[in-house]
Design a protein around this ligand. Sequence first.
Ligand SMILES: NC(=O)c1ccc[n+]([C@@H]2O[C@H](COP(=O)([O-])OP(=O)(O)OC[C@H]3O[C@@H](n4cnc5c(N)ncnc54)[C@H](OP(=O)(O)O)[C@@H]3O)[C@@H](O)[C@H]2O)c1
Length: 430
Amino acid sequence: MKPDLKIGIVGLGTVGAGLVRLLQTHGGKIESRAGRKINIVAVHAKNKAKNRGVDLSAYEWVDDPLSLAHRPDIDVVVELVGGDEGIAKQLVERALSSKKHVVTANKSLLSKHGMALARAAEEAGVDLRYEAAVAGGIPIIKSIREGFAGNDISVVYGILNGTCNYILTEMRETGRDFADVLKEAQEKGYAEADPTFDVDGIDAAHKLSILCALAFGAQIAFDAIDVSGIRTITSKDIQFADELGYRIKLVGIGKSNGGVIEQSLEPCLVPISSALGNVEGVFNAVCVEGDFIDRSMLEGRGAGAGPTASAVVADIIDIARGYSSPVLGVPAKDLKPNKPMPDKDIISEQYLHLVVRDQPGVIADVTAILRDHAISIESMLQRGRDPGQPVSVVIMTHDCSRADIRAAAAKIGALGSIVAKPTILRVLPL
Ligand SMILES: NC(=O)c1ccc[n+]([C@@H]2O[C@H](COP(=O)([O-])OP(=O)(O)OC[C@H]3O[C@@H](n4cnc5c(N)ncnc54)[C@H](OP(=O)(O)O)[C@@H]3O)[C@@H](O)[C@H]2O)c1
């Protein structure tokens, strides 16, 4: 039996305390699977006095978290603080430069500094692992890095934020509006007091940037992602989508084509009959399309103490077994520049929801603008008739470019008869 693998944990919140609980619950199983004992040597969080619901008495409490990066009796530093600067960044950088393996769940850190950290890990000859950073309990990092490593991956897409999926599911099931459901989600602890990162798509975009780098062998490029969240989705949109045979999901989409990469994070219409359309509540799902696998989809809980701790432990077991791989699947120095796909080349059907004043000639003006942008209409829905008052009109288009639909929507929105900013949603033909 190899010597114990000695770990130091910084951050004992949802994930950190979950990790301690998991290691305490399944210590024996993990030892036999890893081929050695995983031994928590030292821990740190901000507040030593806080009750975390787990027994920490067997572990040394350190007052200086950065000291773990240099201690000779620690093999792996586990960073579970969060944030892309401050203590999390300093700890990871110092641990790597001291030739310690690092396990983290920190997608914002990786999305912003992942390239430099990957280079630092590879130069130091240690592992930087982050399974928990994307889609929680779903082993999507390992699947892409190892399971699908023989493929040319052309597409990766999925539901990457459980809070948004919960809100959209509740809106559909109860007919309530976004603000109302968000408030309830905050009360239940499914959404943060400041929900910006989740509902504006930033958290999911962090994850998408990591997935795209891994899937396409490209550099992480968070700033190249076209991000929109779910704040503008109304219960009417959800009803219309349902009537048309779709569900609205916040989807991260990565596509690689001829050396350019599309990275989009946006609410989309997905068919009710599709696997993704049936991923409900707090669940996440990720689909990968590769030339030899066709399509593969994994679904599971994307957050929470249990699933996230499970992913952290999987990384620790890999390190204990001595498995090693480049951080992003290929050596960081060989990752290709991430060249963004221009909007004119991002083609899909579109859903256009207009709130128009019910008066003669409005639809003629709208269709003239669509015609001028070479956008053809597949179908049109209008609910209600109320002369002079605002009514909803939904137009489904045939394939058109993102550049054209955005330009057309801007012109339509400027018409005097349009009373609200048009909603454009991409339709995914899954
Ligand atoms: N929660 C999830 O479901 C989930 C899922 C996937 C990934 N993640 C990622 O996992 C990481 C941790 O998330 P979490 O939900 O566990 O967060 P959390 O519950 O807020 O826990 C954060 C921990 O970090 C400690 N901490 C904060 N600032 C610190 C500082 N300056 N110095 C030392 N310790 C500090 C806190 O100490 P105190 O406890 O003393 O305040 C707390 O123990 C984040 O990167 C997050 O994005 C979380």
